[in-house]
Design a protein around this ligand. Sequence first.
Ligand code: GLA
Length: 386
Amino acid sequence: MKLKIDDVRSRFQKHFDGSTGSVYASPGRINLIGEHTDYNGGFVFPGAVEQGIIAELKPNGTRKVRAYAIDLKDYVEFSLDDETGPSASHFRYIFGVCREMMKLGIPVEGFNTAFAGDVPLGAGMSSSAALESCFAFALNDLFGENKIDKMTLAKVGQATEHNYIGVNCGIMDQFASVFGKKGSLIRLDCRSLQYKYFPFEPEGYKLVLVNSCVKHELASSAYNQRRQSCENVVAAMKKHWPEVESLRDADYDMLNAVKEEITDEEYLRAKYVIDEKYRVMEVSVALEEGDYETVGKKMFQTHHGLSKEYEVSCPELDFLNEVAKNCGVTGSRVMGGGFGGCTINLVSQDLYDNFIKTVKSSYKEKFGKEPIVIDVVIGDGSRKLC
Ligand code: GLA
């Protein structure tokens, strides 16, 4: 993590009474493939990144949380017994995590905290999941004797999004933040929650993110609408096949059988999800064989589906994808929820310099600003630093 403990510690001491507390870190994430599949019971392929959140916490002997957001120079105090909580979203995540941990029976007490992060906001790299996971992990350690298992900590973050932020997200982001492992991607079955680590050191290739700097707004309801479309298709299928729980259980024949009962838009959304389900499995096999050309082809297919069928791309991301294709990049696609943020690119090392140069200059020429290039280093998940 580029962000240092001392950056947080010095602010914590300055802001509070000069004493020190315990320091925790949780990362953001990338996702190689498997987009918008998590809430459909499908598979995802994320990994944690080096960038993340660092938070220092110290119990203060009251029922109040006193929280200082270092980057935003913003401070709030809220009571753990309050029903509504603070309105600023960076503090609502913390409030939500406290309340969800209390629901699990963890005797959370008041604490002072200062936190900072280096995950770019709104870039599709899950800065919010990093914050949630960091506090869930910290509260479990400080007040819960680490009794809560890691998967439940991830679910605490997800429940925070659902109940306090209004985003009906899946489990991928919080899972990746909690379970990340240096050098490995993780394939997660979002239905059974079984997962497998895949060491990812593709010789001769680099993974790089290109941030369009278009800030996405997941809460702006488009994300929830996508999820709703998928649920509508499942409801139509259930009439014929009561055993269908999610699009994970669907195939193309079933989708075509309900075509007249759903809208054209819903048909395309569901088709994308079914395609993506098969793509993740194909990528798993390709990775095991070290066949990165196939991995890359699938990434391009995912982009096409996300752009034309699931409709979560935007002109800037489509442009970045096109430039990657023209530069001979192995694979490229919009990453995360979409509507802005980054593309993830698998680039062979000999093409890397040219790709970066071209993507920066052509994007600037077209949109008047340079995209930000972020080399991906796969790092560890939630942990205590000291
Ligand atoms: C966001 C959500 C995740 C997942 C992705 C799309 O990051 O938080 O749960 O649905 O979008 O794959």
